[in-house]
Design a protein around this ligand. Structure first.
Ligand SMILES: CC(C)(COP(=O)(O)OP(=O)(O)OC[C@H]1O[C@@H](n2cnc3c(N)ncnc32)[C@H](O)[C@@H]1OP(=O)(O)O)[C@@H](O)C(=O)NCCC(=O)NCCS
Length: 173
């Protein structure tokens, strides 16, 4: 069942569930979405179902929490997803929208909401994210959250880092 956890001006946010598979598949299929992600974000429908089932099982590490959320417009159309790996004291965040919804400020709304959610629910204000250096839109979102570019060696063990990625973080002053 869809469990809403919040909303922004134009987006409704719910915990990701198997019911979202078709919507996520429709929204996020296509090579352009995964251009800077190392490959397509979603495969076929069965693959999307498998991935949702996997994230719903949660991490092996008892200190970690996986946050996986589905983004919808008010009419219920799935437009993308948010994710965060929450560790004690810090979280690694990511956002993925379907191309049809790019450039309308949805990413900004979703990222700002995620930042507030992690603070409210987990007490986390230290955010980390990895990004391909050409991914200007995602870099802009991180800067909007006051995340700044980090240099190696990184202070946190990032899960999503691939060689060549930039790393941004918002850390305690
Ligand atoms: C990253 C992503 C979520 C941004 O969402 P969006 O709704 O298009 O973003 P917004 O419209 O809120 O714009 C955010 C910022 O990026 C800028 N921007 C948007 N599209 C851009 C583009 N194609 N090139 C350069 N800058 C761009 C906007 O001007 C805005 O900058 P500002 O904060 O300085 O005004 C979206 O592009 C996406 O899903 N990309 C594919 C998945 C991905 O790469 N995720 C990131 C993994 S780290």
């Amino acid at each position: 069942m869809t469990e809403h956890v919040g909303r922004t001006e134009r987006l409704v946010i719910s915990r990701m569930s198997l019911e979202d598979a078709e919507g996520l598949h429709d929204a996020l299929a296509g090579p352009e979405v995964g251009r800077y992600l190392g490959g397509p974000d979603v495969g076929d429908l069965d693959d999307v179902r498998r991935r949702i089932a996997h994230v719903l099982t949660g991490p092996d590490d008892p200190d970690q929490t996986w946050v996986n959320l589905t983004l919808r417009e008010a009419d219920g159309t799935v437009v993308g997803r948010l994710e965060a790996t929450v560790n004690p004291g810090w979280a690694e965040v990511a956002w993925v929208l379907g191309t049809s919804w790019w450039g309308r400020g949805y990413g900004t709304e979703a990222a700002a909401w995620l930042s507030g959610y992690l603070e409210d629910v987990f007490g986390i204000s230290e955010l980390w994210g990895t990004v391909h250096p050409d991914n200007a839109a995602s870099i802009a979102l991180m800067r909007r959250l006051a995340m700044t570019e980090q240099v190696e060696p990184f202070a946190r063990p990032l899960q999503s880092w691939d060689p060549g990625d930039l790393v941004f973080a918002r850390r305690e002053a």
